[in-house]
Design a protein around this ligand. Structure first.
Ligand SMILES: [Fe+2]
Length: 116
């Protein structure tokens, strides 16, 4: 893997400790109404809370609808690496969450959202 790669969950049945701490956990409805606000919560990580201390913390979270950026949240060690956002979508898409750990790089999770 290169320095610039985005890391994802390899095998959901066999997560490494790094994956448990870094792969974003997306909580959002499977189906939403077009143009209607709904809640999305993204938490890092998915099984183990990522440390938030000086020297090792999640710097930011970005949320994309396919490849269109819809939100960005910057974190400091004084926060928990978790964000709840109200968003709306016009079309079905893949909701992608990217997070950046200052020590362990970029991680991605995705969830399909159907817009009716
Ligand atoms: Fe990390």
């Amino acid at each position: 893997m290169s320095y610039y790669d985005i890391q994802k969950l390899d095998d959901p049945a066999d997560k490494t400790t790094l994956e448990k701490k870094h792969v974003p956990h997306i909580v959002a409805p499977d189906t939403v109404e077009a143009g209607e606000l709904f809640e999305v919560t993204v938490k890092m990580g998915n099984e183990i809370d990522h440390p938030m201390e000086e020297g090792h913390f999640i710097q930011y979270l970005e949320l994309y609808a396919d490849y269109y950026q819809i939100a960005r949240v910057d974190f400091t060690p004084e926060t928990q690496a978790c964000a709840t956002l109200m968003i709306k979508l016009e079309e079905s898409c893949t909701l992608r969450a990217f997070e950046f750990c200052n020590l362990h790089g970029q991680w991605e999770a995705a969830k399909e959202i159907t817009v009716e």
